[in-house]
Design a protein around this ligand. Structure first.
Ligand SMILES: [Zn+2]
Ligand SMILES: [Zn+2]
Length: 123
């Protein structure tokens, strides 16, 4: 019972953390600055040409940090998950088709009101 299935909302919030605030896309070769902000390496490279500051908090940046390998792996994982989800949609499409044919044959009574039996007083 310890491992509950991850909800879709969880993935959404993770996506947010993996988004570069410069290009608004998922990180590409993410780098994390001394101040703790993360950007794509190419995005920070561009900003660094104009000002040696962190684009988020304007803290001085002497150099571009190395690629954050852990973060890059997480981004890769997320991208793979997204591709998987898209693939799943194709398969469920077939399932829906067969379900519809079965449902067409099955007749279900969804009427809430049945025949009301009048109670007779005996005695
Ligand atoms: Zn970027
Ligand atoms: Zn910063």
């Amino acid at each position: 019972m310890a491992s509950a299935p991850a909800s879709s909302s969880e993935t959404c919030s993770l996506d947010e953390h993996l988004t570069c605030s410069i290009c608004m896309e998922m990180f590409e070769d993410p780098v994390t600055t001394d101040c703790g902000h993360s950007f794509c390496k190419k995005c920070l490279d561009l900003c660094h040409e104009y000002a040696h500051l962190c684009p988020m908090c304007k803290k001085p940046l002497s150099r571009i940090p190395d690629v954050n390998i852990v973060l890059r792996d997480i981004v890769q994982q997320q991208k793979v998950e997204k591709i998987k989800e898209e693939d799943d949609d194709i398969y469920t499409g077939e399932d829906i088709y067969t379900d519809q044919t079965q449902r067409g044959r099955r007749r279900c009574n969804t009427l809430g009101r049945g025949r009301q039996s009048t109670r007779r007083e005996t005695g």
